[in-house]
Design a protein around this ligand. Sequence first.
Ligand SMILES: [Zn+2]
Length: 84
Amino acid sequence: MLITEKMKSDMMDVRDEEMLCCDKCGNTNIIEKCWIFVNDVVVVNGDCYQRTEEPDDDLTWCKSCEDACRVTDLKTWKKDNPKN
Ligand SMILES: [Zn+2]
């Protein structure tokens, strides 16, 4: 199947809408602490995946704000912040 640049762009838009972001600034460069099961590793096509424990707190950090943040999805954030 031929994949055009437009198709790639549309796929990126869909993916972006599903991304999580900082509820203050909308930046998607956010991190969350988690525990990793060091012996539960799967390698798929050269990429390494490790099983993680659900975080026991909701602490997320926005690398843009350099502050703790709450997380929302990008679609909701764009709807709530139409000027951005
Ligand atoms: Zn932020």
